[in-house]
Design a binder for this molecule. Structure first.
Ligand SMILES: Nc1ncnc2c1ncn2[C@@H]1O[C@H](COP(=O)(O)OP(=O)(O)O)[C@@H](O)[C@H]1O
Ligand SMILES: [Mg+2]
Length: 436
């Protein structure tokens, strides 16, 4: 028995996870026709790997999921012979990764992918290794003594390597070359297909220099392996700067900019979720299409943050209110709740007038700026703006990171708390939609 059952849902309609590569995911994805077809075209037809640049929570990972799901479907239904197979999860890079450690993780996942999809690939005449052959490697000392096999199953982020010198050197190299051989015979060319692999959240590497260096070191390695179709995603301008590297030019396609879903489409996002997660006819959505659009605009068009606030409100509603029974009544309560939340956040925030001025300036520029925008704020030097940014960070109105390698990146951005505070501060006006 969950609170969602009480509202008439089988699960939360406000989950913030990316849309999965499933049929249900395909139903949940709203809009995005153009980016979907462009992404699918690059995956199926270009030697270059597609890249996507877009704010956090805008829908990058979801877009890639649905594109890979549809490509896989086309193969499954026989519409095409090009076997494009999504992996179970996306990869992320961290500062401690090297080209080798990353490649190892990838090959492990590919081996799993071969096992999982063997019947389907074999049935279509594709030359795949036998499960027994793959298993032999996965149970070999390469994995069992490095402890590597298990940890990736979780989130794909951690991978522990053995520290015993030379314990697995030969094994690892042998494993990598075995996987490459399997890939080359299953997918001799692009037309044959490949595994669709995702490097997500490139901005976790913090600086574009780190991202570029790491990706450049993979240029002739994992990014050039036959049978692997990569999709790279990043936020805050890191994908854009990275893809402009000369060395990666022959590998990566110029980034596709994913903009926020248009305000009008956003009501449909909630309609679909209510449809997909609702059971029976007695459904009362704590936040319906209209409320969702309101919070979406209030939070400056961030789907993930908007969903999170909806869930918070659902919990509040469940605990505090059981007389609201119509959509209009819950919408009215939601508006009041938002005003209260926003007032409380504003009241709890103490800043100097100059810091407020900087905050308002960031808001009026669409919610993100780069350190090099300092002259617009009346500062001669970047360093002069820094203390104000710091004060805004400490009160959690903005987040910022420093990228010494690219000071024009918009690494200073208003948080969802910041947008809530702005709502009270601006007399409950919704931020205007700026296109940058
Ligand atoms: N086109 C869309 N239609 C409906 N929901 C979406 C769409 N794009 C994203 N979402 C939802 O918005 C949230 C953020 O999407 P996600 O793909 O994780 O964003 P990003 O990868 O850009 O940070 C997720 O909960 C996802 O389910
Ligand atoms: Mg994502």
């Amino acid at each position: 028995m969950s609170i969602w059952t009480d509202f008439g849902f089988r699960a939360s309609p406000y989950g913030t996870e990316p849309i999965p590569a499933t049929e249900e995911g395909d139903r949940l994805l709203v809009g995005r026709d153009k980016p979907l077809s462009s992404l699918m075209a690059t995956i199926t037809s270009s030697a270059l790997h597609p890249t996507i640049e877009g704010d956090n929570g805008v829908g990058k990972t979801s877009l890639v999921s649905v594109a890979s799901y549809r490509l896989h479907r086309k193969f499954q239904t026989g519409e095409t012979g090009q076997a494009l197979i999504p992996l179970r999860s996306a990869f992320q890079l961290s500062a401690s990764d090297t080209a080798d450690s990353f490649a190892h993780r990838v090959y492990y996942e590919i081996a799993q992918g071969f096992i999982e999809h063997e019947p389907e690939l074999r049935a279509r005449g594709i030359d795949v290794p036998s499960t027994a052959a793959v298993d032999k490697w996965l149970n070999s000392p390469v994995f069992t003594t490095t402890g590597g096999g298990g940890s990736i199953l979780g989130n794909g982020a951690e991978f522990t390597r053995g520290t015993e010198p030379g314990s697995s050197g030969f094994g690892e190299a042998g494993f990598a070359s075995a996987v490459r051989t399997w890939l080359a015979s299953a997918f001799p060319d692009l037309q044959a297909g490949g595994f669709v692999c995702v490097i997500d959240n490139l901005e976790l590497l913090e600086t574009s220099k780190a991202a570029r260096t790491l990706l450049e070191s993979m240029r002739d390695g994992i990014l050039a392996v036959k049978g692997l179709r990569w999709v790279l995603c990043g936020a805050r301008g890191i994908m854009r700067t990275t893809a402009s590297s000369q060395r990666l030019e022959g590998r990566l396609r110029e980034p596709m900019d994913l903009a926020a879903l248009p305000d009008v489409d956003v009501e449909e996002v909630m309609r679909r979720r209510i449809e997909v997660f609702g059971v029976g006819s007695d459904v009362l959505a704590p936040v319906g299409p209209r409320g969702f659009r309101h919070i979406y605009e209030l939070l400056n068009r961030n789907l993930r943050n908007a969903l999170k606030y909806c869930e918070d409100f659902a919990f509040w509603l469940h605990e505090n209110q059981d007389t609201a029974t119509t959509d209009d009544e819950v919408f009215a309560l939601f508006e009041v709740w938002l005003t209260t939340q926003s007032d409380a956040a504003f009241t709890a925030t103490t800043l100097t007038p100059k810091a407020w001025e900087v905050f308002d300036g960031i808001v009026s520029r669409g919610g993100s700026i780069s350190p090099s925008d300092h002259p617009d704020f009346g500062f001669k030097e970047m360093a002069n703006m820094r203390p104000y940014i710091k004060a805004l960070e400490e009160t959690q109105l903005v987040v910022s990171s420093v990228d010494e390698s690219d000071k024009r990146r918009r690494t200073i951005g208003v948080t969802s708390r910041g947008w809530m505070v702005n709502y009270a501060r601006s007399g409950y006006k919704l931020p205007e939609r700026l296109t940058s």
